[in-house]
Write a new protein. Structure first.
Length: 255
């Protein structure tokens, strides 16, 4: 990342770089990036909340809206509109500009949701319920280093990772829910009891105590096969990766 910034020559041209982040990084990384950009790091909030604070002063409706975003992003879901906004993003697929424009419209009108958001989310609920039942049947439960771990393959954008994890956690009482994202060749980890950020870090990733993730370093060929839905023994492979990461991590239980 530092090399990317250096190559851009933004700093050398006199451009001021503002870097807003909410992930947990090493001190060395922070020190290096701090030489090139003005950093605003807050690991207890999501990026929307930090941006609202830095850019808008952390007051007004932008702050309230960012609270709803954080509620979903940090896997708290303690805001009444969090699940609506979260589901709307997934319903739009990869049309990110559409999501951004809609959120800007909502901010301007000082509304959390509108008729379009409600309609789009309602239209995806039947799909979500059917797929949740399918994931219930296909998931596996394993004891890994004393932790009850639920593991499953995710093939579509709906339902979102955190919706699936919340559902699987509630019906299995698993300590950790691990979701293999076939499209992105990555792992998503969720837990309300275990600091999954430490597990993700051991896997080369990062995130937050309750919600974290990491790339699956399988190489181009195996990742391509995974995206195509071809069996490459991914469940067994991920179990081995988790075993090494969980067993090597310490003080994972959240108080």
């Amino acid at each position: 990342m530092e090399e990317t910034l250096r190559k851009s020559k933004l700093k050398e041209s006199g451009t001021n770089i503002l870097w807003i982040d909410h992930h947990i990084w090493s001190t060395e990384w922070i020190d290096e990036i701090g030489k090139l950009a003005k950093l605003h790091i807050d690991t207890k909030n999501c990026s929307a909340k930090i941006t609202s604070k830095v850019v808008c002063g952390g007051t007004g409706f932008s702050n309230e809206f960012s609270e709803a975003i954080c509620s979903a992003d940090l896997w708290r879901f303690d805001h009444p509109y969090a699940s609506w906004l979260y589901r709307y993003v997934a319903a739009c697929g990869k049309r990110y500009s559409r999501v951004l424009n809609k959120f800007f419209d909502l901010l301007r009108s000082r509304n959390f949701i509108d008729s379009e958001v409600i309609e789009k989310v309602k239209n995806t609920m039947d799909i979500e319920l059917k797929l949740l039942k399918k994931y219930k049947r296909s998931m596996t439960l394993s004891d890994i280093c004393g932790y009850k771990v639920a593991l499953l393959l995710k093939k579509s954008s709906i339902p979102q990772t955190s919706i699936i994890a919340n559902y699987i956690s509630s019906i299995t009482n698993a300590d950790i829910v691990t979701i293999i994202n076939m499209e992105s060749c990555s792992l998503s980890l969720r837990s309300r009891r275990v600091n999954v950020q430490k597990i993700a870090k051991a896997l080369g990733g990062g995130g937050h105590p309750q919600a974290a993730g990491a790339r699956l370093r399988l190489g181009i060929i195996r990742c391509s096969l995974l995206r195509l839905g071809i069996d490459i023994g991914i469940i067994k492979l991920v179990k081995e990766l988790l075993k090494r990461a969980i067993c090597s991590s310490t003080c994972m239980n959240m108080r």
